[in-house]
Design a binder for this molecule. Structure first.
Ligand code: SAM
Length: 358
């Protein structure tokens, strides 16, 4: 007995010591298991052939299913997301905790791989790196179809030009709608202009950088280009002093070009504000996740400004023909956007403050 303790006290102390020792041993054993990759709490599956919850057949089957469809794990588990997968959700609930951790880790690694590694051959403000959302293209399909028909073309042959390059997602979004003839390359648009290498095209469809004087440069190009255009721009652009002179060709600079005067474009406004996507790796990761929260296969979601389509399909389609295409799209494809004939007709919630109502 130590220090005059009773026999009972001595046994109780010894038993506690034993328990502590046992607990420590167990913990150390678990840590060794983790370090050797035996499927610890960090969720990595253990070595092939070694049975663990993290590389069980259920987990492997789930990983295989995830690799087949579109969307991240969180998209596939979210019933309100277009990529929701009820089968994956049902299977997910049945998996053990370690199995789920393994899948979360594998999904994060897959997203990391998708991270953009684009090298732009021009100086760009990193805040400009965001790509247009797929739903924005769905909203203008009816107009592109009517334009193609008017030019004796179809979705596969209509030549679309987007001169401003982020990571190339717009090409995929249009391809998924059947538009296969899209020129969208990682090149300096202004250099292309200066070297007179603008590719042959039927229509300009783009969303430009918001910084510096890119809006003016694009609007001037569209005027002198004298071709149909659909521009995805923030609402405030149509309230700027330079706007009407640039789009109509009434500025001194525009008047000096042979391009004919144009009317003000029409505006196609979505019912729900468009979100944009910054490809992973093109902007600071922490800044993006802290500020904007949601990320998916498309990148980090961002919606800094209200935006809508600025449309002028002249000389191929008049404003009234565009109106017909818009009415048809509401019936045929359920497009819920509203078309406005002038900026002064925009509802107050989206009309820039300096623009007076009709
Ligand atoms: C708002 S993003 C839109 C990208 C794409 N047009 C879309 O709709 O998804 C604008 C992009 O233009 C790119 N950009 C900036 N200067 C450019 C230039 N001189 N030539 C081509 N692209 C440029 C930037 O890298 C930026 O990512």
């Amino acid at each position: 007995m130590e220090n005059g303790q009773s026999e009972q006290q001595y046994e109780s102390v010894q038993s506690k010591k034993k328990k502590r020792k046992k607990k420590k041993k167990k913990k150390t054993g678990e840590e060794c298991g983790r370090a050797s990759g035996a499927g610890g709490d960090h969720g990595q599956p253990g070595p092939v052939g070694e049975p663990s919850a993290a590389n069980s057949p259920e987990v492997l089957a789930m990983l295989e299913k995830l690799s087949r469809g579109r969307g991240t794990l969180s998209d596939r588990l979210n019933p309100t997301h277009p990529c929701f997968d009820a089968e994956i959700k049902a299977g997910w609930k049945k998996l053990p905790k370690k199995g789920r951790s393994a899948i979360v880790a594998a999904d994060a690694a897959r997203l990391q791989e998708l991270a953009a590694t684009v090298e732009h051959p021009f100086e760009a403000d990193t805040a400009d790196h965001c790509e247009s959302p797929p739903e924005a293209y769905n909203d203008v399909v009816g107009m592109l179809d009517m334009l193609a028909a008017k030019l004796g073309k179809d979705r596969s042959s209509l030549a679309i030009y987007d001169p401003y390059y982020c990571a190339g997602a717009m090409k995929r979004h249009l391809a998924s709608l059947g538009f296969a003839n899209v020129y969208h390359k990682c090149e300096d648009f202004y250099r292309v202009l200066a070297e007179k290498r603008v590719p042959a095209h039927d229509v300009v469809v783009t969303n430009p950088p918001y910084s510096e004087d890119h809006f003016q440069r694009l609007l001037r190009f569209c005027h002198s280009n004298a071709k149909p255009y659909l521009l995805l721009l923030p609402n405030y652009v149509c309230g700027k002093d330079y706007y009407i002179p640039c789009v109509t060709g009434s500025s001194r600079k525009a008047a000096a070009t042979p391009a004919p005067k144009r009317a003000e474009p029409q505006y196609l406004c979505p019912r729900k504000r468009y979100n944009y996507w910054t490809p992973k790796g093109l902007r600071d990761r922490n800044e993006m996740t802290n500020k904007h929260g949601h990320s998916s296969e498309l990148g980090h979601r961002t919606s800094p400004f209200l935006s809508f389509w600025y449309i002028d399909l002249n000389p191929a389609l008049s404003h009234s023909e565009v109106e017909v295409a818009w009415r048809q799209a509401a019936v045929v494809s359920g497009c819920t956007c509203t078309l406005y004939r002038s900026r002064s007709g925009l509802p107050s919630a989206i009309r820039p403050s300096g623009v007076l109502q009709d």
